[in-house]
Design a protein around this ligand. Structure first.
Ligand code: GLN
Length: 198
């Protein structure tokens, strides 16, 4: 049984819940989804999802509810996190925007809405490290990853920019892996180690 916390203060929560259930099923793992709206729940979780939405609102609510410190502790304990789009912005070291209090879970800096200024939303076939087939990546007013720290592995690039990264237990994507039926990103973030053990 994997207890998956989906940070549910704002953003696309149901889609992530469905995606992690699907990924778990593929590995024969039952997944219990816990929606995180206040402090005290994160310590019960084995893995965490930080969904897309609006990063300014998400960061404000995480701080107000005292969930921010719990998420940092989760990562300090080496437990996995998948942070997507606005979630990636919140998880970054710096978002170049004073309205977003970043959690510094991932050693990257991001520029909010940078892809969005060119084109609001698009889907692209992405080559992701370790995947046999391209991943259908949906970008919606997506951030651009600017600087990538030394310990950060770039898992995918689009247009010459990193769009999927891994920093220890934390995987971040500029796109929305929960919006297609393809659960390989959730798989990579949460179940890859299980596959190796099996
Ligand atoms: N542009 C949004 C932000 O800055 C993120 C968009 C998304 O999550 N789809 O928070």
């Amino acid at each position: 049984m994997v207890r998956a916390g989906v940070v549910a203060v704002q953003g696309d929560v149901t889609e992530h819940a469905a995606a992690i259930r699907r990924a778990g099923e593929a590995h024969g793992e039952d997944v219990e989804v816990i929606e995180i709206r206040q402090s005290g729940r994160v310590p019960d979780c084995d893995v965490l999802l930080l969904p897309g939405g609006e990063s300014t609102a998400i960061s404000r609510l995480l701080a107000r509810e005292g969930i921010d410190a719990e998420i940092r502790e989760h990562v300090a304990a080496g437990k996995p996190v998948l942070a997507t789009c606005a979630g990636l912005i919140v998880a970054a070291r710096d978002a170049n925007d004073e309205r977003v209090d970043t959690l510094d879970l991932l050693d990257v800096t991001v520029d909010r809405n940078a892809f969005g200024r060119q084109v609001d939303s698009f889907e692209a076939p992405l080559d992701v490290t370790g995947f046999d087939e391209p991943f259908p990546a949906v970008f919606i007013r997506a951030p651009v990853i600017d600087e990538v720290g030394e310990g950060v592995e770039v898992l995918a690039e689009w247009d010459g920019r990193p769009v999927a990264v891994r920093d220890g237990p934390v995987v971040g994507t500029a796109f929305h892996p929960e919006l297609t039926d393809d659960s390989r990103i959730h798989d990579l973030a949460f179940f890859e180690d299980l596959a190796v053990e099996a």
